[in-house]
Each structure stands twice: as structure tokens, then as C-alpha cells.
Design a protein around this ligand. Structure first.
Ligand code: GTP
Ligand code: MG
Length: 218
């Protein structure tokens, strides 16, 4: 579900095919010394703790237990790399930022890893910045957007958990988000809307990723 209809039937079909492949866990690393070799493009999923990054990856690939999701914020503690069987693309599940309950030194160390990865990974095709549709953009999201703008890394906002809010509220938060994004040079203007719980919005997300991959290869 995008905020407007922009995908051709062909793009939707390419996206569908990309994600019927059997995606598998490749590796997890808590630091930057153990990243996989940068031999293929990557798409990373970033966002505050508990916004639904791991759940979204599972819904995207149609495998309920590929990434570990949990009710407890701070669940994902490593950069987790998932690969398709043709070794064409990595999907990267990131630990959440803005998790206030973790020990301070741990948060600081994490922030450094996340920021260095996001700003410096050569093969990063796009970052999907997940925002809980009920809460909208928070100051900590602005910091990440500024970092990505500064590093000229393309990013796109995905509003998650849309099953949890009314249509009117969703329209309001989409409009507000759009206004903010217009001021950010590296932000892709189109917003995607998803519910991992209700499997909504994944045709468009899959089509977006398939298009990015195609544009990269051509
Ligand atoms: P961290 O790894 O801690 O940063 O969290 P995360 O962003 O990976 O979130 P995760 O996928 O673990 O989901 C957090 C909680 O939100 C879980 O209880 C999920 O079941 C719930 N959740 C995720 N997506 C949705 C959704 O689309 N709708 C609803 N209603 N709940 C969702
Ligand atoms: Mg997670």
C-alpha cells in the first residue's frame, strides 16, 4: 500500500517473484569488523526499537520466523544479514535506536555501530526507515535522517502497524510525514504503508525493492 498507486503490473510481478525465493539467514554481527564482504547490494531496515523491523522482514519474505521479532523492545541486538539463494541482495535487520532502557554505555556503543554502518556502507542501495504510524516521526528519527542526508544515502519511510490506527489518523500522519520529508534531500518522497500483522502493503514494498535491484543491475 503506497500513498498513491504507482506500480505497474510488471513491477508487482517482479517483486512477487523476488520474494518467493527461499531467503535465509546469512550472518549476524554486533560490530563492524564482522560484516559480510560488500559483494552485493544491500537494503537495510532501520527504525526505533519496537517499530516492527523484524516483523516486516518476515512478512516481506513470507517466512514467519526468519528474523526474530518480539514484544520486548531491544530484541534485535545485531546487524542481521539475510540473503536470497542467488546471492543477489542482502536484507539487513538492524537493532532499533532510541531504546532508552538499555545501559547507557551499551546504547552509545550501538549508536556508533548503527551510524557508522548507515553512513559508510558502500553497497547500501536504500535504507527503509520504519516509523510506527501511531507515533509518527520523533526527534531521534530526525537525527538518523540528517545522518543519511549528510552521507547521501537514499532512504524511504515506511509507516508500520497501520492496522492499529484509523484511516483519518493515517492520512494525517502521512501528510505530516510527507511535509517533513520534503525538506530532506536524500529522502525518497513516496511513503509506504504496511501492516505485517494483516499482510498489507507488501506488494508495493516488494515492487520497490525489485525496481531498485533492477536499476542497480542495469
Ligand atoms: P527491535 O528489534 O527491538 O528494535 O524491534 P523491531 O523493530 O524489530 O520490532 P518487532 O518486529 O520485534 O515487533 C515489535 C512488536 O510489534 C511485536 O510485538 C510485533 O508483533 C508487533 N508488530 C510488528 N508489526 C506489527 C504490525 O504490523 N501490526 C501490529 N498490530 N503489531 C505489529
Ligand atoms: Mg527487531
Amino acid at each position: 500500500m503506497a500513498d498513491e498507486d504507482i506500480f505497474s503490473a510488471d513491477a508487482i510481478e517482479k517483486g512477487r517473484r523476488l520474494f518467493t525465493r527461499a531467503w535465509t539467514f546469512s550472518r549476524g554481527t554486533p560490530d563492524l569488523d564482522h560484516l559480510p564482504p560488500d559483494d552485493r547490494p544491500e537494503i537495510a531496515f532501520a527504525g526505533r526499537s519496537n517499530v516492527g523491523k523484524s516483523s516486516l522482514i518476515n512478512a516481506l519474505v513470507g517466512q514467519l520466523r526468519l528474523a526474530r521479532a518480539s514484544n520486548t523492545p531491544g530484541r534485535t541486538q545485531e546487524l542481521n544479514f539475510f540473503t536470497d539463494p542467488n546471492d543477489e541482495l542482502y536484507l539487513v535487520d538492524m537493532p532499533g535506536y532510541g531504546f532508552a532502557e538499555a545501559p547507557k554505555d551499551k546504547v552509545a556503543a550501538w549508536n556508533k555501530v548503527l551510524r557508522t554502518y548507515l553512513a559508510g556502507r558502500r553497497t547500501l542501495l536504500r535504507v527503509f526507515l520504519l516509523i510506527d504510524a501511531r507515533h509518527g516521526l520523533k526527534p531521534v528519527d530526525d537525527e538518523i535522517m540528517a545522518l543519511l542526508d549528510g552521507a547521501a544515502v537514499s532512504y524511504q519511510v515506511v509507516l508500520t502497524k497501520v492496522d492499529k490506527i484509523s484511516k483519518t489518523d493515517l492520512e494525517k500522519v502521512s501528510e505530516n510525514t510527507r511535509k517533513v520529508l520534503a525538506k530532506h534531500p536524500a529522502a525518497f518522497p513516496q511513503i509506504l504503508l504496511t501492516s505485517s500483522e494483516k499482510a498489507l502493503g507488501f506488494e508495493d514494498l516488494r515492487a520497490t525493492i525489485a525496481q531498485l535491484l533492477e536499476a542497480h543491475g542495469s
